[in-house]
Design a protein around this ligand. Structure first.
Ligand code: HEM
Length: 450
């Protein structure tokens, strides 16, 4: 069947291409769900004035991420948005180069290795929340970002950069908004033109580059590449079978990638979780009871985590409802067949965690927060490809174990001490940037637990 047979949703006012492009710009999350509902499992969808193929069925998603994965690369769109910032880092590199880098980085993410970071993670939480007290009002989205940034800096780079961590956060946020804004805009001013935004983007990039090169130099100068247990030390000393090591540029790209991929997504998972727990007191009470029984007020350790199934369920359910990586794209590097259609090389496919995770065919009452759906083996009924907050196949998130460990330790430490409640009347709305952020922040009031 020719691929042109796939339905194209008409945009508002009968302006298919333009209308849909603007609908997506106005409300990407709502539009994607509506399109999936009304047009089915495989849809030709114009995004940013170009046709993409939007997939909404788990087996089709598995075809792209796992079964036929060799026929696809990360999309040009992804590379345009983050490529400038992340260079040839793991997230967007391809082929033999990616395979080698993944091989070099993998040991650093081994379970035993990651568990060594647990104490640092708990310590970061303690330090970060030292000043918190009864009745405080805090923007939990911002707090979680600052906390995971601190954890990222200390575990990945074995250093804390006083004063710098926040600046790094601001730089990254600006650059993400800048790249996404450029991508979504119908008029693209060349980056080389000296507009105020272009100039600021250059300054922010230079700042981040100099920071990362400084840390790399510090590591190499100290000659402790073989001794430190932080991630950068491991990457600095990682050696391939042929005896080669990463160049400073490769180290810079991987460092930047881990920095960006590592803290922002985890912070969002945590912030969405505080929001969901605050809105669902019954689930919160059950979590408190589990923590009381297992920890009884002491700080959590790695060995405790397997005894906290409800906490794990809360994380799974949060990642289902508000997946920080809410959309994934691929571009075919050769022709391929899918769902009875033939597609050309260069076809871009979109799959969306946001849409699939809320599909009533796979999740009962999909918009409700029900951690119980992950307990007692109930999750085994969910088909592969219906739930993939960390992606799937060979390009699956290398930091999944790291994120889930950090998430569990942060929740356990803080939920033992505090209850968080949304400031009444504050609107909470997801903002689909590169990750799923909060459009208006997340101001919450702290209540100390007895
Ligand atoms: C809740 C937290 C996180 C979420 C939801 C998440 C999600 C994802 C997803 C969906 C992908 C696959 C993207 C694709 O297929 O195109 C990915 C890849 C990746 N993630 Fe994560 N991630 C998280 C935390 C982390 C952490 C903590 C790190 C590092 C410390 C990390 C580093 C990476 C890297 C390097 C890749 C690229 C892997 C490759 O292609 O080889 N992520 N992540």
């Amino acid at each position: 069947m020719p691929s042109t047979a796939i339905s194209r949703p008409p945009g508002p006012k009968g302006l298919p291409l333009l209308g849909m492009t603007f609908a997506i710009r106005r409300d990407a999350l709502g539009t994607l769900r509506q399109v999936a509902r009304e047009y089915g499992d495989i849809v030709r969808l114009p995004v940013a004035f170009q046709d993409r193929i939007f997939l909404n069925r788990p087996d089709l998603i598995e075809q792209i991420l796992v079964v036929q994965q060799a026929k696809f690369h990360k999309s040009e769109l992804t590379k345009r948005i983050v490529g400038r910032l992340l260079g040839q880092g793991l997230l967007i590199s391809e082929g033999e180069f990616w395979r080698r880098q993944r091989r070099l980085a993998q040991p650093a993410f081994h379970r035993n290795r990651i568990q060594e970071y647990a104490a640092t993670m708990v310590e970061s939480v303690e330090r970060h929340t030292r000043e918190w007290g009864e009745g405080d009002q805090r923007d939990m989205a911002r707090e979680m970002m600052a906390l995971t940034l601190d954890v990222a800096v200390r575990t990945l780079f074995g250093t804390s950069l006083p004063g710098e961590a926040q600046k790094v956060g601001h730089s990254m946020t600006f650059l993400m908004r800048y790249q996404l804004g450029r991508q979504r805009s119908p008029v693209r001013i060349p980056e080389s033109w000296p507009t105020p935004r272009n100039k600021r983007a250059n300054r922010e990039r230079e700042f981040l580059d100099s920071l990362v090169y400084h840390i790399i130099e510090e590591r190499r100068a100290k000659g402790d590449g073989n001794h430190g247990n932080d991630l950068l030390s491991l990457l600095v000393s990682a050696m391939d079978e042929d005896g080669t090591q990463m160049t400073p540029e490769q180290l810079r790209d991987e460092t930047m990638t881990l920095f960006l991929a590592g803290h922002e997504t985890t912070a969002l998972m945590l912030a969405w979780m505080w929001y969901l727990l605050g809105e669902n007191p019954a689930a919160e009470a059950r979590l408190h009871q589990e923590l009381r029984e297992v920890l009884g007020g002491r700080a959590p350790q790695v060995a405790d985590l397997t005894k906290l199934p409800f906490l794990q369920a809360v994380m799974n359910e949060t990642l289902r409802l508000y997946p920080p990586a809410y959309i994934t794209a691929r571009t075919s590097v050769e022709p391929f067949a899918l769902a009875g259609y033939e597609f050309e090389k260069g076809t871009t496919l979109l799959i969306s965690q946001w849409v699939t995770h809320r599909d009533p065919r796979y999740f009962e009452a999909p918009d409700e927060f029900r951690p119980e759906r992950w307990l007692n083996g109930a999750a085994s009924k969910i088909p592969a490809g219906a739930y993939f907050p960390f992606g799937d196949g060979p390009r699956r998130c290398i930091g999944q174990g790291f994120a889930l460990l950090e998430g569990a330790l942060v929740i356990a430490t803080l939920a033992e001490r505090y209850q968080f409640r949304l400031v009444p009347g504050h609107p909470v709305e997801p903002d689909p940037l590169i990750t799923l952020r909060f459009r208006h922040g997340l101001p919450m009031t702290l209540h100390a637990r007895k």
